[in-house]
Design a protein around this ligand. Structure first.
Ligand code: GRF
Length: 235
């Protein structure tokens, strides 16, 4: 993971990148630059992207997972988080904005990451965290996104379309499914004879590289920023 950090620091220190982002770094974050960015991760199931984030955010990283929220009490990622000493909470009613905000405010979350979270986030929560809420999607948005496009359905649709490549996208969350500003993408080839399962596994590996890279870049910049499209992530 040191490799990620070194690569991101190098990219973010380039003059053109600094002039593009410097004006958007909140003064408060500069004043507290030594404090890690506090990240809340929302999951609905297995939590492999959560695991990738926890592995990436080592003690010296500029971000830390402080809360894992789930809409499902049986989400496997909750046990994973608890085993790593991270606070967890289950939303009794995922449509209740007050419940969301109480959890996020108690955790003093700076950034919210939807990592395999399948419910729509209430509009007032999106508004409160506008520009500070990310989602990882298992295709190259804007293609193969939107309502109902999740899990195996995405990969089935990619294969049915005859597309030669798919990939992973990390984007900002707004009021519509999968439509917020794209921050980073990694392309993945569609191989001859692919099944939805094989394609999903290949895309998931890309998600596990891309999501930590975007979170680390956000922590370094003070807020989510688009990664250069040619950034090479170590495998
Ligand atoms: C990932 O492919 C994610 O992009 C999608 O659902 C899957 C969740 O995987 N939305 P995990 O729970 O992170 O293992």
């Amino acid at each position: 993971m040191r490799g990620y950090l070194a690569a991101l620091k190098c990219v973010l220190s380039r003059p053109q990148w600094q002039t593009a982002t410097a004006r958007r770094i909140p003064v408060a974050r500069l004043a507290f630059a030594a404090m890690p960015m506090r990240v809340a991760v929302c999951i609905s199931g297995r939590g492999s992207n959560l695991a990738a984030l926890l592995n990436a955010l080592t003690a010296e990283a500029p971000a830390r997972v402080v809360l894992v929220l789930s809409d499902r009490p049986d989400a496997a990622g909750l046990a994973l988080a608890a085993g790593r000493g991270v606070d967890t909470a289950v939303l009794a009613d995922p449509a209740d904005a007050g419940e969301w905000l109480a959890h996020l405010e108690r955790a003093a979350a700076d950034l919210v990451v939807l990592a395999g979270f399948l419910k729509l986030v209430p509009g007032s929560v999106v508004a409160r965290f506008r520009g500070r809420m990310l989602n990882v999607h298992p295709a190259l948005l804007p293609a193969f996104g939107g309502p109902g496009m999740y899990g195996a359905r995405v990969h089935r649709a990619v294969l049915a379309s005859g597309a030669r490549e798919s990939g992973a996208t990390v984007h900002l969350v707004d009021e519509e499914y999968d439509r917020g500003q794209i921050l980073a993408q990694e392309r993945v080839p569609v191989e001859p004879g692919d099944t939805p399962e094989r394609l999903a596994a290949r895309v998931l590996e890309a998600e596990h590289r891309l999501l930590p890279a975007v979170v680390l870049a956000a922590a370094l910049a003070g807020r989510p920023v688009a990664l250069p499209s040619r950034l090479e992530l170590s495998r």
